[in-house]
Design a protein around this ligand. Structure first.
Ligand SMILES: [Fe+2]
Length: 177
């Protein structure tokens, strides 16, 4: 039976009810992989998504958001960033996201200063989802147009979080686009 967006939202709510920590977030990741093979969902909510983002669901009890994202750019490379006190699950629908996870190597004692080293890279292909738990710094790159789903623990536009400039070794507060 086809796994629908409604089922995903219901199951994600249940996952948070059972365990609002890392285990529940990983459950959401696994549920998202089931949703990503639903061709009707992809056609209805992702294929039509242009560059930018659209809200698919907001959970009022746990405040997590399910968003459709897209880029039509041919070669898009994002800066390393954190998700503040939140977490994020990225699930690929169309195209590819090249993920890089970064380690912060300075002690955080110097205001605005941050040093990062590359920890690991992996491609996120259609049908796959990855959890970036609270505190993880990552960056995304899209070598070609792509569509993906992002589930976040809250509205990232409302919380304090940072992007990181590797060359200048500075961190900048992110503000809503
Ligand atoms: Fe992110």
């Amino acid at each position: 039976m086809t796994y629908t967006l409604d089922q995903f939202c219901t199951d994600s709510h249940a996952a948070m009810t059972n365990n609002p920590g890392s285990a529940g977030r990983d459950q959401i990741r696994r549920h998202l992989e089931k949703l990503l093979v639903n061709e009707s969902f992809i056609a209805d909510h992702l294929a039509s998504q242009d560059s930018g983002k659209a809200l698919l669901y907001h959970d009022r009890d746990f405040d997590f958001y399910v968003m459709a994202h897209g880029t039509n750019a041919g070669d898009r490379e994002g800066k390393p960033h954190d998700h503040g006190a939140s977490w994020a699950v990225y699930g690929q629908a169309i195209g590819l996201t090249n993920m890089t996870v970064w380690n912060r190597t300075d002690d955080g004692s110097q205001s605005g200063h941050a040093e990062l080293t590359e920890c690991r890279t992996f491609p996120l292909n259609p049908g796959k989802a990855a959890l970036f738990d609270t505190g993880i710094i990552h960056s995304t790159a899209h070598p070609k147009p792509a569509r993906w789903v992002r589930v976040t623990g809250t509205d990232l536009d409302t919380i304090e979080r940072y992007s990181y400039d590797l060359d200048r070794q500075v961190m900048n507060r992110m503000v809503p686009a």
